[in-house]
Ligand binder design. Structure first.
Ligand code: EPZ
Length: 435
């Protein structure tokens, strides 16, 4: 529930990146040793990952803000269907299961309905490394009884998930793998840094060419990077609501494309130092004309709905082209309930700014679209109620608390009791002490 129309003031420290910790938790299955992931956010997708890890025989346990897990024992080869359906990131466990168990049985992953989300590049790359892959309906049977073999492989599209799958497979494969046409997101570099902290040999992450030499991986202690999409969520909210914000744990480069757009719209966005960004806005924005999302380092598809929300009351017309997913703007129908003036033409969302938005009852249907509804509600006059919080909780620990700390009048029904994976904490610690 949001009572909007107030400016936002204050400081926030960004949480650890969802799109970094999720592949890193899967990569931990490749290691034979104790892994400690620092500052693990309380996200639904992290909970789902913990259940998935427990199902594979690599239980993780929370210790304060950290996650402890140890994957020295045998690793399972099957992921229960409900855990595959719960999030797209479940696909990250395919390569580690193949590497550790020699086979993997899983259904196609679920997750936000952003349009078709095939996994053909993941599978094609694994085949190139010697895996046998067959699909019966939505059930996948994969085998690599002789392990995985290093290879040269070019990705036809710089898919983030496929890049991560193939980095994990290559780290456990025999010999050297050269991946070209790979994604260049900061989360790709973070996965490489994690693998290298575990004794891996990954070079070139962040560029279009990654070279990996396979070998044994030990445990490590690792702090993933902060969440650049959460940072862009807060920046877009400050832009449309007006106010003054300081974001800590926020490197500038990953948010530069959005920062440039918000500056063009009339905000003052400053890089204060290596990981602090400030924003000042009077809430009266100029529209941005034509712009589009793209693969990193272009303007991120995940930030598309967030910027669209900020443009709903801008002066003029903004035409935002989405180039990655086919259904990124499902939230646009909900914006209309607040009096926004917009229309979807294929992959282009055309927004004609209106003078003011009014609170409404809305329903989120995906993670970033849901966050965009919150941004618009924060700027709208009156009360808004947003359903579908289960989508928003997949990527934001406590979006109400986050914006409440900046002066917003916002509240969420209490979070459902989280079922923690029941794992004997002592056993994990004992193993960590031994290792
Ligand atoms: C990751 O999804 C992110 N999720 C997404 O964030 C993000 O929007 C996306 O990358 C793009 O940046 C995580 O990191 C957990 P892709 P992913 O594979 O890996 C096509 C969020 O809101 N494709 O780069 O699924 C695919 O259909 C989420 O946090 C194939 O055709 O994205 C899509 O059109 C949403 N075949 C495009 O590539 C494949 O085998 C980008 O997909 C794989 C992908």
């Amino acid at each position: 529930m949001v009572h909007g129309g107030r400016p936002l003031f204050g400081e926030l420290e960004m949480p650890t990146a969802k799109n970094s910790i999720l592949p890193i938790l899967a990569a931990a299955v490749l290691t034979r040793g104790a892994v400690c992931i620092r500052r693990a956010p309380l996200l639904q997708d992290v909970e789902t990952s913990m259940q998935l890890l427990a199902a594979l025989g690599c239980p993780a346990v929370r210790a304060g803000q950290d996650l402890l897990l140890s994957c020295g024992g045998p690793v399972g080869d099957t992921v229960p269907r409900p855990l595959m359906a719960a999030m797209r990131s479940s696909i990250y466990y395919l390569a580690p299961m193949l590497a550790r168990a020699g086979r993997a049985r899983l259904s196609f992953p679920g997750g936000c309905r952003l349009g078709a989300r095939p996994i053909d590049i993941h599978l094609e790359g694994l085949r190139a490394m010697g895996a046998r892959v067959s699909a019966e309906g939505d059930q996948l049977e994969c085998e690599a009884p002789d392990g995985l073999q290093g290879t040269r492989f070019h990705l036809r599209f710089p898919s983030v998930g496929a890049t991560e799958t193939l980095m994990m497979a290559a780290a456990a494969a025999r010999g050297e793998t050269v991946l070209t046409g790979v994604a260049r997101e900061p989360e790709i570099r973070d996965l490489a840094d994690f693998l290298n902290a575990c004794g891996g040999k990954v070079r070139g992450a962040g560029t279009s060419r990654i070279i990996i030499r396979g070998g044994p991986l030990h445990g490590c202690e690792y702090t993933p990077i902060p969440d650049r999409i959460t940072a862009q969520t807060v920046l877009c909210a400050g832009a449309i609501c007006g106010g003054e914000l300081l974001l800590r744990r926020t490197p500038f480069e990953p948010v530069r494309p959005l920062a440039d757009f918000l500056a063009q719209a009339g905000c003052k966005v400053r890089r204060l130092d290596h990981d602090r960004v400030s924003l000042v806005s009077d809430g009266r924005l100029s529209a941005l004309g034509e712009l589009s999302t793209g693969v990193y380092p272009s303007f991120a598809t995940d930030a598309g709905p967030l910027l669209a929300a900020a443009m709903l009351t801008a002066d003029g017309t903004t035409r935002l082209r989405e180039t990655i997913f086919t259904n990124r703007f499902a939230c646009s129908t909900q914006f209309s309930k607040m009096g926004a003036d917009l229309r979807c033409q294929g992959s282009v969302l055309e927004i004609r700014g209106v003078l003011a938005l009014r609170g409404a009852r809305m329903e989120a249907s995906d993670l970033r679209g849901g966050a965009a509804l919150v941004i618009a509600a924060l700027a709208a006059e009156g009360e808004s109620r947003i359903g579908g919080m289960e989508y928003i909780r997949r990527g934001y620990e406590d979006i109400g608390g986050m914006f409440g700390a900046l002066g917003a009048v916002i509240g969420c029904r209490t979070q459902p009791e989280r079922e923690h994976s029941t794992v004997r904490y002592g056993a994990i610690c004992d193993r960590m002490i031994q290792e």
